[in-house]
Ligand binder design. Structure first.
Ligand code: HEC
Length: 123
């Protein structure tokens, strides 16, 4: 009986590295927050990790994704319009209503604003 316990114990110990490996390999554990992960997963491929519109897919397919680090991008668009584009797609940009809830889309928009939007200069 004791031998059985020892064997089970050793087996469990020898498997613990698997949990560690899974955490390292699972991309969702690499990001600080859910919204960061969602941006990286759904948007960065085209818009780039820093929102400059230079993601790999975007460049490769010559889609010309919006550069969200430019002031005039923000001057010319309302939040509702941007959410609509994310939800329903726009030209070469796919629609995301299927993948992201309305709430998640607003979270991403807030994330984009906080991280990529240049600080507005008062006129
Ligand atoms: C397949 C590439 C691709 C992916 C993935 C993608 N976009 Fe886009 N996005 C584009 C392109 C291309 C445009 C420019 C569309 C235009 O101006 O006609 C664009 C434009 C936009 C705009 C500006 C829309 C407007 O009204 O001018 C926003 C905001 C935006 N994307 C956010 C996102 C967000 C958030 C995600 C992730 C959920 C995302 N995009 C994923 C390609 C992509």
């Amino acid at each position: 009986m004791r031998h059985l316990l020892i064997i089970v114990g050793m087996f469990a110990a020898s498997m613990s590295w698997l949990i560690w490996i899974c955490r390292v390999v699972d991309p969702s554990t690499r990001y600080g927050s859910k919204v960061e992960y969602n941006y990286a997963r759904y948007c960065a491929g085209c818009h780039g990790p820093n929102g400059e519109g230079n993601g790999r897919i975007g460049r490769f397919k010559k889609l010309d994704p919006a550069n969200m680090t430019k002031a005039d991008f923000w001057d010319n668009r309302s939040d509702e319009q941007l959410i609509h584009s994310i939800d329903a797609g726009k030209d070469d940009m796919p629609a995301f209503f299927y993948y992201l809830t309305n709430e998640e889309q607003w979270e991403i928009l807030t994330f984009i604003k906080e991280n990529f939007r240049p600080t507005p200069v008062p006129n």
